[in-house]
Write a protein that binds this ligand. Structure first.
Ligand code: BG6
Length: 519
């Protein structure tokens, strides 16, 4: 008979066996001098190298405008790795081996000569797979995405029809700034690449805990049968952040919390929490279900937005004991800006499973703590038998998926307080990733890069999915059009958001549950 440990190993082996060995390839990063490359992409590739996950032959070509030697680029990246690597100190031997695969190509992204030089550099690779299997990573300004893809196609580096090897494009966020611009970008990409070659990133899908949502729902029978309007009273999704916008004022002025967080991360989490079981684990099956769910989200008419949505902007306050300037005082922010740094929504999913169940989602900057969680709040008991023991108010059961930090799952239920008096109070049962599996914290980008190299699009956003999400965001923005923020919509940095957000839940007799550290 298999012992539990042997079973765990068996399952792990089967999962590994599902992944094909990666083929030799070249990763081309456009925006090689940028923040994303230094902070996320190179540290992720370095860790994949460290863990022997990269193909036997690979190389990384960085393209950017500034004149730079390979050595200078490597030195820059090594310095950044010292600051951003999730493991410290950096393993010098592994870094040197890895750095030997890094090459820099100078060039203006609008100039065809850049792509001709890139082509020559690629053609000089000794292994034909390194010349033909190409992962193009667009870590550039969003306004350059379409141009780079067009130029790649024109240079013959990106083949739309099956040719030699494979070519894929990884597109960073933001993917458009509304439905019309996302559609236009999709159309432009489709002119030069097939949908199966396009990998739209949402780094939340690379997080272990987000991937575990489907595993949790569809590999356990005790929860899924409660996962519907019969048992669930409402759902809360919180993605709170302590940080302000800092140096990203210029970007944030164009984005705001709704576009920056809800359009992508929060709607993705919501889709995974609420979607129907997929037919299989194929990328298309999962993405079909997510699209169906996103299409079922009711779009508010402009005049209904104020009733279902609360927005806010932080003013000066104190976060973690440190003074925090107001949003309007942040660098590159207009002094009379109306951009929201907080948003809370009540969404309804109009389908059989969720009819009438509110999904409350909220996200904001400069809140008291950084935490992301999903809380499934179950219906109260139909009759309170222990009324005397709890003053007539029994806490409803809740299940919390803690996405970060303190990754894990908690169940809240009622228990008898030991003693001769009859008293009942809520208690919590916790599962923690850390204590169960040990510290395993790969960065989301490691997983996503690996999936893109393997050609598995499950953790990436499909064309129709991104458009469905923008449709929801556009409907909300239409209700804000031309309406400046009112006094009730401002909140002090370091607090849980504007009063309007409390009112949003109070209308239906609900309250927000603050994420709580487990330990
Ligand atoms: C990014 C947003 O997509 O996600 C940032 O642009 C935000 O504003 C970040 O801070 C949050 O990601 P994480 O992984 O820290 O929760």
């Amino acid at each position: 008979m298999n012992t539990p440990d042997a079973l765990d190993e068996l399952i792990a082996c089967r999962l590994d066996a599902g992944r094909k060995a990666l083929e030799p390839c070249s990763v081309v990063i456009f925006g090689a001098s940028g923040d994303l490359t230094a902070r996320k992409l190179i540290p992720a590739l370095y860790h994949l190298h460290l863990e022997k996950q990269l193909p036997p032959a690979f190389r990384v070509l960085g393209v950017a405008r500034r004149e730079k030697t390979d050595a200078a680029w490597r030195e820059e990246l090594r310095e950044a790795l010292g600051r951003f690597s999730r493991t410290q100190p950096v393993n010098e031997e592994a870094w040197h081996q890895f750095a030997a695969h890094l090459k820099y190509c100078r060039g203006d992204l609008t100039d065809p000569a850049t792509y001709a030089r890139l082509k020559e550099t690629l053609a000089a690779a000794p292994d034909p797979s390194l010349q033909q299997n190409l992962l193009f990573y667009l870590a550039t300004l969003p306004s350059q995405f379409a141009e780079v893809v067009r130029q790649l196609h024109q240079a013959g580096l990106l083949q739309r029809d099956a040719g030699k090897g494979w070519q894929r494009i990884v597109v960073e966020k933001p993917f458009g700034h509304d439905l019309a611009s996302a559609r236009a970008l999709n159309q432009e990409l489709a002119r030069h690449a097939h949908e199966h070659q396009v990998f739209r990133i949402d780094h939340y899908l690379g997080k272990e805990t987000v991937q575990n949502i489907l595993m949790f729902r569809f590999s356990n029978s005790i929860f899924e049968r409660l996962w519907n309007r019969e048992s669930v009273d409402h759902v809360q999704i919180t993605v709170s952040e302590k940080n302000g916008v800092g140096e990203r004022g210029a970007y944030y002025e164009e984005a705001g919390a709704l576009r920056d967080m809800v359009q992508n991360h929060i709607l993705q989490v919501l889709a995974l929490v609420a979607m129907e079981p997929p037919v299989s684990l194929e990328a298309e099956s999962i993405r079909d279900e997510k699209v169906k769910l996103l299409k079922s989200i009711r779009l508010p008419a402009p005049e209904e937005v104020a009733r279902h949505v609360a927005r806010g902007q932080y003013f000066a306050g104190v976060v973690d004991g440190r003074p925090q300037p107001g949003y309007r005082q942040e660098p590159k922010v207009r002094p009379d800006s109306n951009v929201e740094t907080y948003v809370a929504l009540r969404l309804f999913v109009d389908n059989w499973r969720w009819s009438g169940v509110p999904f409350y989602v909220r996200t904001g900057k400069c809140l008291p703590l950084s935490a992301s969680e999903v809380r499934i709040q179950f219906r109260p008991t139909p009759h309170v038998l222990f009324a005397a023991a709890c003053n007539g108010r029994l806490d409803p059961n809740a299940l919390t998926l803690r996405l970060q930090p303190d990754e894990g799952i908690s169940i809240r239920f009622n228990g008898k307080v030991p003693g001769i008096n009859l008293a009942v109070r809520p208690v919590r049962m916790h599962f923690s990733y850390d204590s169960e599996f040990g510290a395993y914290t790969p960065e989301a980008y490691e997983r996503l890069l690996l999936e893109a190299l393997a050609g598995d699009a499950t953790l990436f956003i499909r064309r129709d999915e991104v458009e469905c999400a923008w449709r929801i965001v556009d409907a909300i923005r239409a209700g804000w059009d031309g309406k400046p923020l009112t006094n009730r919509e401002f909140y002090a940095a370091g607090t849980w958001g504007p009063v309007a957000a409390e009112d949003l839940l109070a209308q239906s007799g609900h309250v927000w549950h603050e994420p709580r550290p487990v330990k």
